[in-house]
Design a protein around this ligand. Structure first.
Ligand code: CTP
Length: 418
């Protein structure tokens, strides 16, 4: 049930706002009402107060006896600023009826009553239901004001067509029925929090470069595309995504925090600081398995017949992170193999102690490093899922679906804190 702020401006349809307040209250919503001074010439504040069980506010300097609280909520211990508090506590703000005059004020940002000041300070969904004579409604001034409001994200509820208040007139300008208005408010309310809302997802992408000398490195062909697709899809689901990008030449998706690294050691250190506060790790990066034992300070000259390069192994970053994880963390590894590699992926699942290994065959050019497509097998303990050839975005979604399922299963078995 929602906290609905209802702004009533001057028009004959104000009587319908009383019916709307009654319906919303009957359905369990908490309603507070703001009226413009003109609205009080059409209907009385006492009608609303009786129905919603809370005082109506009109003047922006008026003290709110309920201190900005909605019916059923506790009142704060201090006297808050009226036109900020009610708007801040509301889940949605509907102005109905919105007269031509009030629409003009809202469109220009005028703030001369409790209704208009609260509208400016409101950050939740804002709805406006115009109701007036059809000539006033059709006038370009009103239409331009409504267009300006729409452009700013205000939801304008189109008036109905039918008999108008002035005798014998017919046209567009009638306030929709209370049921329709309430449906629009309910549709505008933010939905319940989903499993990805606020989930902290850490994605690694790209391939590391291990220097040999100041100009040369040992690298690999990972482009970072799969990691970027995972970051993008997770962000779209509502997650807070951090991307640790190893030499990725592509832009990060909108809303994703990016940390750039070059070597496996830098990747390890960046992931080491981000992982403890993450809920999910998607380890799509390809860290080098070996680095030069000694990096030459100066460019190695082209001398003699050849050269020998001594390599030393890098650490297994994923295995290290997974071994130190806490119960609520989900860890997914990736394995790029040439050929089927299923047995090797199963072995990596066990050795690295991760929840799943996403296996792909990089010897196939159509799903290789630079491709926008992929075909993978998600290998989990006791089961494998084949994800057919599709875009990396779709493959990312399939992987995220499994992450979601794995987290749900873990909660069922171990409880939310594990
Ligand atoms: N990985 C890692 N640190 C490394 C090497 C790999 O964290 N030094 C991670 C990769 O990011 C990937 C997973 O481990 O998520 C599997 O990588 P892969 O290269 O297939 O496995 P390796 O352990 O390197 O085994 P091999 O090279 O023998 O196939």
């Amino acid at each position: 049930m929602a906290r609905i702020l209802l702004g009533v401006s001057g028009g004959i349809a104000a009587y319908k706002a009383i019916e709307l307040a009654r319906l919303a209250t009957k359905e369990g919503h908490a309603v507070r009402v703001l009226m413009t001074p003109t609205a009080t010439r059409f209907v009385g504040a006492a009608s609303f107060e009786g129905i919603v069980g809370a005082p109506v506010l009109i003047d922006e300097f008026e003290r709110d006896p309920a201190r900005g609280a909605f019916p059923g909520d506790p009142e704060p211990g201090h006297d808050p600023i009226g036109h900020l508090e009610l708007a801040a506590n509301a889940d949605a703000y509907l102005v109905a009826p919105a007269s031509a005059n009030t629409i003009a004020k809202l469109a220009t940002g005028a703030a001369d009553s409790m209704l208009t000041t609260s509208f400016l300070s409101s950050s939740g969904p804002r709805l406006v239901a115009p109701a007036m004579n059809d000539r006033m409604y059709r006038d370009p001034a009103t239409q331009e004001n409504l267009a300006a409001l729409r452009e700013r994200g205000v939801l304008v509820i189109d008036p109905d067509e039918g008999p108008l208040a002035s005798r014998g007139e017919h046209g567009v300008g009638r306030l929709p029925e209370p049921r329709a208005l309430l449906d629009r408010i309910e549709a505008a309310l933010p939905g319940p929090a989903g499993p990805w809302d606020g989930l902290r997802v850490l994605v690694s992408a790209g391939g590391t470069r291990e220097p040999i000398d100041p100009v040369r490195f040992i690298g690999n062909r990972s482009s970072g595309r799969m990691g970027l697709a995972l970051a993008e899809r997770a962000a779209r689901r509502g997650a807070e995504v951090t991307l640790v990008a190893a030499n990725v030449c592509l832009d990060e998706p909108a809303g994703v925090r990016r940390v750039n690294v070059e070597t496996a050691a830098e990747l390890k250190s960046a992931l080491g600081s981000e992982f403890p506060s993450s809920d999910v790790l998607l380890m799509a990066a390809a860290p080098a398995d070996f680095r030069a034992s000694a990096v030459a300070e100066r460019k190695l000259p082209r001398e003699g017949q050849g050269m020998e390069l001594e390599l030393e192994p890098t650490e297994d970053i994923l295995a290290g992170l997974a071994s130190g994880r806490h119960g609520g963390q989900t860890v997914i590894g990736f394995a790029a193999e040439t050929g089927s590699g299923l047995e090797r992926a199963r072995e990596k699942l066990r050795r690295k102690a991760v929840d799943a290994i996403v296996l792909n065959d990089v010897s196939r050019p159509e799903i290789g490093f630079e491709s926008d497509q992929n075909e993978v097998v998600i290998v989990e303990a006791g089961q494998e899922r084949q994800i057919p050839l599709s875009s990396k975005a779709d493959v990312a979604d399939a992987i995220l679906d499994r992450v979601e399922a794995l987290r749900e299963e873990a909660i069922e078995v171990h409880g939310p804190d594990r």
